[in-house]
Design a protein around this ligand. Structure first.
Ligand code: UD1
Ligand code: PEP
Length: 416
């Protein structure tokens, strides 16, 4: 199994190009199931999760081709309705084939999804929403079995805003009969990106980016050619790296508008952040100030940036209170950060981080995707060597991460 070894203590400088967003690409690739004909997707990141969704779509009899960061999918021959455990367990977003399969073929049997072990991560709202559109839903032997001769538009309220839940319902509703109104939906940029793609395919989705979506069903959709939006979490990770190492990094091909909460927090730590069109420049402060933060649904501070920010607070001047409000078990990285000398106490969903002057390298284990990224960040400022094992988590969501970091002057290598 691969390991990543980081030699800390180098200030990072230079430009880094941000890849396409994993969490936008996954639902958009799944949306190819909604039409016949070749859809083309540009700026698709080269990630394990993308391989997983391609494999799953191919299993469902879609034709899938790729060339670098371009993926082409044709679902004209779509016939298989089962998404089996082996293909679904690796990735949360596999559940996103449920809505399109139901809409297109009237039935689906999808294994309950895997993904980062950061909480129970139920899909009850996906299922309730589909049932509201007229689907019959049963849970049998670890599979969701759903059927609907024709989905019928209705009004559905999400008890909590769920990103993949909103995406699944949106993709089911575009081909439903009549109008669907989805309330208290997620407002993440990835939702807007999916709605844009669906509208280009001929759907009628209004309100993306607000908490109410109105979807007027259409009889059929056509294929589309689109480019995936930049990954705001990858961008945020490099921004923290610059602040942490007293560096000067310019991110290119990113979307500063999607990063407002992260930029705001970074500025409070003393980092200088300048935005200009599709670039963001972050200069690290001489001394990092502690700040408190609370994760919230977009436009609040993203839970997917909590672990990375915790590393920054670990070497800040003072005490920081970090509240995780989205997932009940998203502090698994804390025990690994403690190995490096971080002073962090946890009580329920709150971590109290007391900044220490220095971290020191140690062997650590990656436990989930963003936790893995946080260990690389910690390794960048730790004295001597940090050896991170189980980096396959990282490969699910960061394209060529060690190459990007070494391009910025980090001493980092992958060993097999
Ligand atoms: C592939 C993808 O896009 N993953 C992202 C997506 O995950 P994902 O879509 O799984 O996360 P959700 O937005 O669904 O989760 C938000 C909250 O809603 C709860 N919930 C969700 C669904 C449901 O049916 N019932 C329910 O109670 C969850 O347990 C959680 O507490 O959004 C998360 C929150 O921004 C991010 O961390 C993930 O990176
Ligand atoms: C939690 C994440 O991914 P997933 O939802 O696929 O587990 C993530 O991207 O940080």
């Amino acid at each position: 199994m691969d390991k990543i070894i980081v030699e800390g203590g180098h200030s990072l400088r230079g430009d880094v190009k941000i890849s396409g967003a994993k969490n936008a690409a996954l639902p958009i690739l799944a949306s190819a199931l909604l039409s016949d004909g070749w859809s083309t997707y540009h700026n698709v990141p080269g990630l394990k999760d993308i391989e997983s969704i391609r494999e799953l779509l191919a299993h469902l009899c879609a034709d899938v081709e790729s060339d670098g960061n371009t993926v082409r999918i044709n679902a004209s021959r779509l016939c298989e309705t089962e998404a089996p455990y082996d293909l679904v367990r690796k990735m949360r977003a596999s559940i996103l084939v449920l809505g399109p399969l139901l809409a297109r073929l009237g039935k689906a049997r999808v294994s309950l999804p895997g993904g980062c072990a950061i909480g129970a991560r139920p899909i009850n709202l996906h299922l309730k929403g589909l049932a509201r559109l007229g689907a019959s839903i049963e849970l049998k032997h670890g599979y969701v079995e759903a059927r609907a001769d024709r989905l019928i538009g209705d009004d559905f309220y999400f008890d909590v805003p769920t990103v993949t839940g909103t995406e699944n319902l949106m993709m089911a509703a575009v081909l439903a009969e009549g109008t669907t109104v989805l309330r208290n939906v997620a407002r993440e940029p990835e939702i807007i990106a999916l709605a844009d793609v669906l509208n280009r395919m001929g759907a009628d989705v209004q309100g993306a980016g607000t908490s109410v979506l109105t979807i007027s069903g259409v009889p059929e959709l056509k294929p589309a050619e689109v480019s995936i939006i930049p990954d705001r979490i990858e961008a945020g990770t490099f921004m923290v790296a610059s602040a942490l190492t007293g560096g000067d990094i310019t991110l290119t091909d990113c979307e500063p508008d999607h990063l407002r909460a992260v930029i705001n927090k970074l500025r409070q730590t003393g980092a200088q952040v300048e935005t200009n069109g599709k670039t963001v420049r972050v200069k690290g402060p001489d001394e990092i100030c502690s700040v408190d933060l609370k994760t919230l649904p977009y436009p609040g501070f993203p839970t997917d940036m909590q672990a990375q920010f915790m590393v920054l607070m670990s070497v800040a001047n003072g005490m920081s209170v970090i509240s995780e409000t989205i997932f009940e078990n998203r502090f698994i990285h804390v025990s690994e950060l403690r190995r490096l000398g971080a002073d962090i106490r946890i009580s329920d969903n709150v971590a109290v981080v007391k900044g220490v002057p220095l971290l020191s390298g140690a062997p650590v284990m990656a436990t989930d995707l963003r936790a893995s990224a946080s260990l690389i960040l910690a390794g960048l400022v730790a004295r001597r060597q940090t050896e991170i094992s189980r980096v396959y988590h990282l490969d699910r969501g960061y394209e060529a991460i060690e190459k990007k970091f070494s391009g910025l002057g980090a001493v980092i290598e992958r060993v097999r």
